[in-house]
Design a protein around this ligand. Structure first.
Ligand code: GLP
Length: 263
């Protein structure tokens, strides 16, 4: 993993934006896997501004979202489909036919999940998967003890995740108990994975992911098996890391992000 530590969440979003901008620049057909949630939202805002300012063009970009709540239709305000429309898809020039979601109301869940995986393969696989991380080490909705070889499927959410996501819903009883998610194995097939983590509440999960053993109890630790995983975090999220002398420090713009990412 290539870990960079930034002063704050703004530094994380700036770095991640520059990373994405360089990937999109000049690429003819780019397939992005996208997460939702608070961490990635700051990056989405920068991507929307980048599009408005003429820096980003999404006309040849395909997207696959990671996960969706079971039981919520795309027009439900708490669905991830709605979130993506509000914060990214409705604000940039992505073609509608290039946007892919898991459906929370699919009739045949198994068939739907299988079809989703097929669609990813048909476009040549995901070039860049962007991830957040749950407080319990989940990626997508792959909760602790998910198989590290898991594929896209329906899962049961843990109490911890239900509580964490309660802030987006009117009440606890409104938070769905199940979700569809790309599997850990599906995520590992992306050509590159950019993981963002901010805030002290992510520090334990981040330490387990980067420095802990590869174990299903922290699904994000499976990313240790992937050769291209830039991890972009702030100091608060990095506070429990031990091998900090090995990681890139990007505090107070010590280094410019220009030209950091290679071809
Ligand atoms: C959520 C989502 C993930 C997200 C993660 C972190 O439950 N299923 O896709 O990346 O947990 O969310 P946040 O950035 O809001 O902390």
């Amino acid at each position: 993993m290539l870990v960079t530590i930034h002063s704050d969440e703004k530094g994380v979003a700036d770095y991640a934006y520059e990373f994405v901008r360089q990937k999109l620049e000049g690429s003819k057909n780019f397939v992005m896997g996208l997460a939702s949630g608070g961490t990635i939202l700051r990056l989405f805002r920068k991507m929307v501004d980048g599009f408005a300012g003429g820096e980003l063009d999404f006309s040849n970009v395909h997207t696959f979202n990671l996960d969706e709540y079971v039981g919520l239709k795309p027009d439900h305000p708490q669905s991830y489909a709605y979130f993506m429309g509000e914060h990214l898809f409705g604000l940039v020039n992505l073609k509608e036919e290039n946007i892919h979601f898991l459906s929370g109301v699919a009739e045949s869940v198994e068939g739907h999940c299988h079809h989703y995986e097929k669609q990813i393969k048909e476009v040549g696989g995901i070039d860049l998967q962007i991830l957040g991380i749950g407080r319990n080490g989940h990626i997508g909705f792959n909760e602790p003890t998910s198989s590290l070889a898991s594929r896209t499927r329906m899962v049961t959410l843990t109490q911890e995740t239900i509580l964490d996501n309660q802030r987006f819903f009117p009440g606890n009883e409104d938070v769905p108990r199940h979700a569809l998610t790309m599997g850990v194995g599906t995520i590992l097939e992306a050509k590159e994975v950019l993981l963002l983590a901010t805030g002290p509440e992510k520090s334990q999960a981040l330490a387990s992911m980067i420095e802990g053993p590869v174990a299903a109890v922290c699904p994000a630790s499976a990313l240790q098996m992937h050769p291209r995983v830039p991890v972009v975090c702030d100091e608060a999220a990095a506070q429990r890391l031990i091998y900090t002398e090995h990681y890139e420090k990007m505090i107070d713009n010590e280094k410019s992000v220009e030209g950091q990412f290679g071809p």
